[in-house]
Design a protein around this ligand. Sequence first.
Ligand SMILES: CC(C)(COP(=O)(O)OP(=O)(O)OC[C@H]1O[C@@H](n2cnc3c(N)ncnc32)[C@H](O)[C@@H]1OP(=O)(O)O)[C@@H](O)C(=O)NCCC(=O)NCCS
Length: 208
Amino acid sequence: MLTVETPRLLFISTPTSVMRTRLALADFLAEIAVGPCATAGPDGRLTVHFPEEWPGEDALRMFPIWVARRDRTPDPGPWCDGVVVRREDRLAVGSMGFKSPPDATGTVEIGYAVNRSLWGRGYATETVAAIVASALAQPDVRRVTAECLQSNPASARVLEKSGFQGVGQRSSVEGELLLWECRVPVADRPPVEAPVAGELGGPAAGRA
Ligand SMILES: CC(C)(COP(=O)(O)OP(=O)(O)OC[C@H]1O[C@@H](n2cnc3c(N)ncnc32)[C@H](O)[C@@H]1OP(=O)(O)O)[C@@H](O)C(=O)NCCC(=O)NCCS
């Protein structure tokens, strides 16, 4: 599990129970354990409002697959999908995360989406930048990658603003995809500034 706080947002690995509930209900409240962090307070629990437009069409289509995967591997560690919660009102505003653990080359790929009614407020950039910094701070990660459709300039802009560089393109059934990567040499790795909670970095930094 991974918890990362940014000035406005909190990224938390999506609990399996939340995915199951979303498959049955469109709009609900759920209390989730996020670990000790400023948003949750000392008990490390948070009641989050999941609105109908969360997590977006693509992630919702994947939920049955992700739930089945969690049934096989109940604790995927930090390398899984997450929910982005707006700290001021505990509203789930986005869905993003890592598609799988780092491969043999130290590469992890991210995916991201923000509730349509909340586009253009910088939520994707704020969260992508924070989770990428968190990933690159891990010793087994050398590179974070992402793909976006050429026809999706907002997505490309999020990656540019988050420090990614275009490294090529490929064709897919959905259209032409732009390939992006973000890598930081170990010696130049900046500290992860976002306050985070969890086992990899102690009570106020890392992954829960
Ligand atoms: C892509 C997505 C995540 C962006 O979320 P967001 O919270 O609106 O992103 P941000 O506000 O952080 O940044 C968006 C940037 O794109 C820019 N942008 C938006 N529409 C644009 C367009 N048509 N052309 C060029 N730039 C555009 C915004 O101006 C902003 O850049 P700026 O800060 O320099 O002005 C959101 O649109 C989304 O969820 N889309 C559906 C899922 C998706 O496409 N995911 C990406 C899969 S690769």
